[in-house]
Ligand binder design. Structure first.
Ligand SMILES: [Zn+2]
Length: 370
């Protein structure tokens, strides 16, 4: 195979760099798994990997036996996030840079490797702290707003853990419904084989769907947005049931709509976080209203028509965390407003209800009229 590859490359005038190529010879029959065989590419010898040595392939370490979690790549991504943070970009540009350059990088790496969740949690918490800082929110503020889409008033930054679950699910689904019959049959046979070993009898299609859903339920995502694998009897197809946005029913994604799966899952995740935030009792009603229309959130992606002062105020105001006496959630603190003596110093009172500020109302009124 290497000879054919070399031949084809020579026809096309390509030349491999043997220093960057590596080979791994695994022998399952002996105790020493990795053999030190040498392979040639275009007549030159490649590096041959030894046991526990690894090769970084598209950000994913490969080798035998190697823990596939790409810790180096995640550390590199976190370094980049820190550099974005210390740059002189405006806060909305920082969020945009994170979404444009680093999120696709993370999701690409997740596609290639079998991940452990612990390093991902660390990455999540670092990203969460920085995005809160960019949104000018206190660290104790609710985190849901980070994961909600721009259209509904959030920062549109995905949770890396969710991204990982989603990638695993879509990857499995794409393999099982691949248009190429060879790939599809290999994927299906291996799933059927695993289920047969687990239940020690020939599995039905329903068994396979239950098995795949079981593996989903262990993940947070499957449970949280309640999606699961289902065998569709009428169509004789395996599909994934995804909750529909804004209604209580579910929609089934099958072979014909395989390209839609990722989009539907993303929407379901955004919807889950939006509903979560709306349900929080001390949130006020602002978020419920502002998440309804795109027009209320037009400034989020590019910071259009927005000054830094507006940016620093608006996110805090929307989730009721402007530092006022009335916004303190716990304990029996004094919530009086010292200026006018009103019992509860809340944001609506200061902005719209307090007579002490009536001068500002008049200026506002006059400015509009003139
Ligand atoms: Zn007042």
């Amino acid at each position: 195979m290497l000879d054919i590859t070399s031949q084809a490359a020579e026809w096309m005038g390509l030349h491999f760099n043997p220093k960057k190529c590596a080979s791994l010879h695994v022998d399952g029959g002996t105790r020493v798994l990795v053999r030190p065989s040498r392979f040639l590419i275009q007549g030159e010898s490649m590096t041959s990997l030894e046991e526990e040595e690894r090769y970084q392939h598209f950000g994913t370490p490969t080798g035998v036996p190697v823990w596939q979690t790409p810790k180096d790549t995640i550390a590199e991504i976190l370094r980049d996030v820190a550099q974005i943070d210390s740059s002189l970009l405006a806060p909305w540009q920082k969020i945009n840079a994170l979404n444009t350059f680093l999120t696709p990088h993370i999701s690409f790496v997740l596609r290639g490797s079998a991940m452990a969740k612990v390093p991902l949690k660390k990455a999540d918490s670092t990203i969460r702290q920085l995005v809160k800082k960019w949104l000018h929110l206190p660290q104790r503020a609710y985190t849901d707003i980070i994961y909600i889409s721009h259209r509904q008033g959030g920062a549109n930054v995905p949770l890396v853990g969710d991204l990982c679950d989603m990638v695993v699910m879509t990857h499995a689904f794409h393999l099982l419904t691949c248009p190429d019959p060879t790939v599809r049959s290999i994927a299906q046979e291996s799933v059927w084989g695993v289920v047969r070993k687990c239940i020690t009898r020939a599995p039905s299609e329903r068994d396979v769907a239950t098995y795949l859903s079981g593996s989903l339920e262990a993940e947070h995502l499957g449970k949280r947005i309640s999606c699961y694998w289902k065998w569709c009897e009428e169509r004789r197809e395996l599909g994934i049931l995804v909750p529909r946005v804004k209604t209580t029913d579910h929609t089934i994604v099958t072979l014909t709509a395989r390209a839609m799966l990722e989009r539907s899952l993303k929407d379901a995740i955004h919807y889950h976080y939006t509903e979560n935030l709306k349900r929080k009792p001390d949130q006020g009603k602002v978020f419920e209203v502002s998440s309804k229309w795109d027009a209320s959130n037009h400034f989020l992606p590019r910071g259009s028509f927005t000054r830094l002062t507006d940016w620093r105020f608006i996110h805090r105001a929307r989730i009721n965390s402007v530092p006022l006496n009335g916004a303190i959630r716990h304990g029996s603190w004094d919530k009086h407003y010292r200026k006018c003596g009103y019992v509860n110093k809340t944001l609506p009172h200061v902005l719209c209800g307090c007579k002490q500020h009536s001068g500002a109302w008049r200026h506002h009124h006059n400015a509009i009229q003139n």
